[in-house]
Write a new protein. Structure first.
Length: 428
């Protein structure tokens, strides 16, 4: 079957409030629709300072939208804002089409992409919280239908039944929210245990953050190719918004035996629903607990400044502040610029280019290994396990042998320097 035949045709609509980001937000909405297996057949825009409280668009534009739905033969409209329950109901009534607002669309994408149990629970929690205030939409529709076919006492009885059904639905949702929250707490405990085990290993952690589809996973795979323990541990890469939702963590070992953990986190997008940001807090904890952030930016995108602001705003919302950051201006291979090119903590690069990845590695080392000390140690012959550890885990610059033991000059982090303090002969 032709792939095009499997796509749902939709009309996208949005209000132009004379903001600089409007055109980009509509382009992004269309990309989100495509990421949700939809085909945008037409886009309708109206200039208004604020949405109509009843129908989002003005009356004339709603009539035009209803005609577009008929002419294009579509049954779904995707809206570039989060709508109120009454707005959804009124647009549906006027157009006889299904309405998906921006928040609902992103939630659908996340629900389709979630793979791990934790991601599925996080998305379910976000969807439940999104549905809760919208329950009365369907409840009101039921009441309208019930009272429309009844009168007198029978009508009153039906109305009461409708209201009790609404309360029942609400209680069911609230009960499920409590249950999912509890399951997530249990999952978070397991994640915290893993994180504590990693912390005890004294390995620094680096987290890739940034806009969805900026190339985070490609950067990660490039680093795994160069320094990973096992190349088949690569992460999925796909040219699509929100291709992956699960955080991946890999251990990287550099040629000088310095080691760190690199994590790839879920991407951001403008107007990322608050419910999702809150739900994914535990996943994004990798970023919150990192020693260094690498913000990956699509340097070839003319809206990269907006993307960077969205990333920084979202990080602030989840409480990630004060963590050192490198800005990796990726996809430079799509532009007529020389790369890799570094200025301070910014690197113009391509994740497809080994020289770029090597330069990025140099910048990472400057940030996370600055506490390393060059030490000379005298290890007695009966402490061969210490020599083995140093050979396997540190950058050995020189090894000599004396009558009383092995003299090793190596770069050690603070933890190892303290651990082998009794063997230190000199510090350089």
């Amino acid at each position: 079957m032709d792939l095009q035949e499997t796509l749902t045709p939709v009309v996208t609509i949005g209000l132009n409030r004379n903001t600089n980001s409007f055109e980009y937000s509509m382009t992004e909405l269309n990309n989100l629709a495509e990421a949700n297996n939809m085909k945008v057949v037409e886009t309708l825009v109206q200039k208004l300072d604020r949405p109509d409280p009843a129908t989002y668009f003005g009356k004339g534009k709603i009539e035009e939208l209803a005609q577009v739905v008929i002419d294009d033969g579509v049954d779904t409209i995707v809206v570039n804002d989060e709508l109120s329950p009454s707005q959804i109901r009124n647009i549906e009534k006027n157009t006889r089409a299904r309405i998906i607002d921006r928040t609902g669309l992103i939630l659908e994408i996340f629900a389709n992409r979630a793979q791990s149990r934790e991601a599925k629970l996080q998305v379910e929690l976000a969807k439940l919280k999104y549905q809760l205030p919208r329950l009365h939409t369907s409840a009101s529709q039921r009441l309208d239908q019930q009272t429309g076919t009844s009168s007198g006492a029978g009508g009153a009885t039906n109305r009461g039944a409708g209201e009790s059904q609404y309360e029942l639905n609400r209680r069911t949702l609230e009960k499920r929210i409590t249950h999912v929250n509890q399951e997530l707490k249990e999952t978070a405990k397991a994640d915290q245990t893993k994180r504590k085990q990693r912390d005890r290993s004294e390995m620094p952690t680096v987290a890739l953050v940034g806009y969805t589809n900026a190339g985070k996973s490609t950067v990660m795979n490039g680093m795994i190719n160069l320094f990973g323990e096992n190349e088949d541990k690569q992460v999925m890469v796909k040219n699509m918004l929100f291709a992956t939702l699960d955080t991946s963590v890999r251990k990287l070992i550099l040629p000088d035996q310095k080691r760190f953990l690199l994590s790839d986190t879920v991407g951001f997008v403008s107007q990322l629903p608050h419910q999702l940001v809150q739900a994914f807090k535990s996943t994004l904890a990798e970023a919150a607990n990192a020693d260094l952030l690498i913000q990956v930016v699509d340097y070839s995108d003319p809206h990269r400044e907006l993307m960077m602001k969205t990333t920084e705003d979202t990080l602030a919302e989840i409480g990630v502040t004060g963590v050192p950051m490198i800005v990796a201006l990726n996809k430079a291979d799509k532009m007529e610029v020389s790369f890799p090119s570094r200025e301070g903590d910014n690197l113009i690069m391509s994740a497809m280019d080994e020289k770029s990845l090597q330069e990025l590695t140099t910048m990472i080392k400057e940030k996370i290994f600055k506490n390393y000390q060059k030490l000379t140690l005298l290890i007695p012959f009966n402490a061969g396990d210490v020599v083995s550890y140093l050979n396997e885990n540190t950058n050995i610059e020189k090894t000599d042998y004396r009558d009383d033991g092995t003299v090793i000059t190596a770069e050690l982090n603070d933890a190892d320097a303290k651990r082998f303090e009794k063997y230190i002969l000199a510090t350089e």
